[in-house]
Design a protein around this ligand. Structure first.
Ligand SMILES: O=C(O)c1ccccc1N[C@@H]1O[C@H](COP(=O)(O)O)[C@@H](O)[C@H]1O
Length: 229
């Protein structure tokens, strides 16, 4: 079973087309003004419409209020809402109810204790494990930082969980082999500058994932459990 790939922070028609042509399973649109990948709702609407069923549409929000959620649903018609802020388990459940859309909650991982929070978020449809952002930084994600994947060893993770944080075309195969993640997410690792996606890097990332999935791949280190879907 191939790992699913999400390319996040797409902000132009050309790079969205590159992601779709290369076979991305999910494409992400960021609505967070501090991000170099931020899209206003009008731009997000145009890009989301261009997906035309070729991939799942994800809208990334940080601690959204109800008005932002309504605008996100109306503009993007997301298949998945990614919550990348400090949303509590109760807020995640409320957002699911309010929007009627599946929700993916991002958790920042810096030490083993952070994984205890996995159990708190049973209300989320999916979990995304990312590196903890730097203290005092502007962005809760999209920082190009990886976490110590060995922290995941022995942790039971829910079906469909997604790995992110500092993945690149040159590292994603190792990440998959070591973590057995059923899905991966990348943003800055396929950019030439903050917010500037590169079609060649997007294609290389997706090729590396598919190559890492090839039969005969040696899953070293952590690989112990089958990959969930
Ligand atoms: O990409 C952003 O600008 C962003 C802003 C605010 C929250 C999350 C953001 N991106 C997400 O962060 C992770 C890791 O990104 P990277 O590959 O390390 O750059 C990824 O899940 C993005 O969806």
């Amino acid at each position: 079973m191939s790992a699913r790939v999400k390319i996040c922070g797409l902000s132009t028609g050309d790079t969205l087309a590159a992601a779709l042509d290369a076979g991305a399973d999910l494409v992400g649109f960021v609505h967070f003004p501090k991000s170099p990948r931020h899209l206003g709702w009008a731009e997000a609407r145009v890009l989301a419409a261009a997906v035309r069923g070729r991939a799942e549409r994800v809208v990334l929000l940080v601690d959204p209020d109800d008005a932002a959620l309504a605008a996100a649903v109306e503009s993007v018609a997301p298949d998945l809402i990614q919550l990348h802020g400090r949303e509590s388990p109760e807020r995640v459940a409320a957002i699911r109810r309010l929007t009627g859309r599946p929700v993916m909650k991002a958790l920042g991982i810096g030490e083993a204790a952070d994984l205890a929070r996995v159990a708190d978020y049973a209300a989320a449809d999916r979990l995304l494990l990312d590196a903890k952002p730097p203290r005092g930084g502007d962005l809760p994600g999209g920082n190009g930082l990886a976490f110590d994947w060995s922290l995941l060893s022995g942790t039971a993770l829910p079906r469909g969980w997604m790995l992110s944080g500092g993945l690149r075309p040159s590292t994603v195969a190792e990440a998959l082999a070591r973590t057995r993640a059923p899905a991966v997410d990348v943003s800055s690792g396929v950019e030439t500058a903050p917010g500037v996606k590169d079609p060649g890097l997007i294609a290389a990332f997706i090729r590396a994932v598919r190559a890492g999935d090839a039969p005969g791949d040696v899953a070293a280190g952590l690989a112990s459990a089958p990959r969930g879907v």
